[in-house]
Design a binder for this molecule. Sequence first.
Ligand SMILES: C[S@@+](CC[C@H](N)C(=O)[O-])C[C@H]1O[C@@H](n2cnc3c(N)ncnc32)[C@H](O)[C@@H]1O
Length: 295
Amino acid sequence: MDKIHIPVLLKESIDSLDIKADGFYIDCTLGDGGHSFEIFKKLNSKGLLLSIDQDQYAIDFVKDYYKDSLKENWRIEKNNFSKISELAKSLNRTPDGILMDLGLSSRQLEYSHNRGFSYQEENEPLDMRMDEQLGVKAKDLLVALPEKELARLFLTYGEERYAKRIASVIKKHIADINTVGDLTRLVYRVVPAAHQSSKNPSRRVFQALRIVVNDELNSLKLGLENSFKILNKRGRISVITFHSLEDRIVKDFFHNQVDSGSGVLLYKDVLAPTDEEIRENPRSASAKLRTLIKN
Ligand SMILES: C[S@@+](CC[C@H](N)C(=O)[O-])C[C@H]1O[C@@H](n2cnc3c(N)ncnc32)[C@H](O)[C@@H]1O
């Protein structure tokens, strides 16, 4: 199988880590392995790379695709990156650099293994778990949560203006909602045409459900805290975010470290993709890179 995901802000994020050939680096979000492989190429035999992903399909893909490059000093672990301290500890080294490239990969959207991550895959079930060991699927949330709570979820995690209307129509028709298409058709019905302009009106609802199913924001907070704790002095943590909820968490965490004198920012503001990168890879459009250096 071929690679699908085009790594976002590849040169900028690798440069931001200032990689030393004998250093220890952790890529918290392996995906199709684009960033990991770029880091690995810069290491010598004393260097070490640990790549983490919570999606077994990503792990299986990378282990097969890069089978000729995999060596002792490129470790791959299936886990949530919030567990970064335990994973690094088992390798008896403290990291010089940590990368997070958040969200979903293009592989998860296009070859979801029937998990319904994309609002375009009409016939897939409403699952959305990146880690299939997680207990709650998107459909379970729609069934279990009361209308008010569902509306709060769409508003908080999707920043969806029509959260109340969407929650109401979902609860009314819950018995008929099983697939991605069942949900997107209902959303189309209640979101005013003017609001449907260029982007799919279900986009925000899907973002909200995915965030909650995978507990993404709590994982991010824990992942940042634990990463910063284990990082070496002068070590760097770089994070690529794709929406405002993620970015706010990273921004606040980084600024708190700066205010307490524990870190400095590499860039005054964020790095964003060039127009050329966005043309070649439209999925990069909303990306923002932030880097913190530990004092
Ligand atoms: C945007 S993709 C990374 C793409 C990768 N940088 C590349 O170049 O191919 C994000 C990946 O992170 C994984 N992921 C998201 N949240 C995670 C978490 N909390 N713990 C571990 N993996 C996570 C997803 O399963 C997905 O494979």
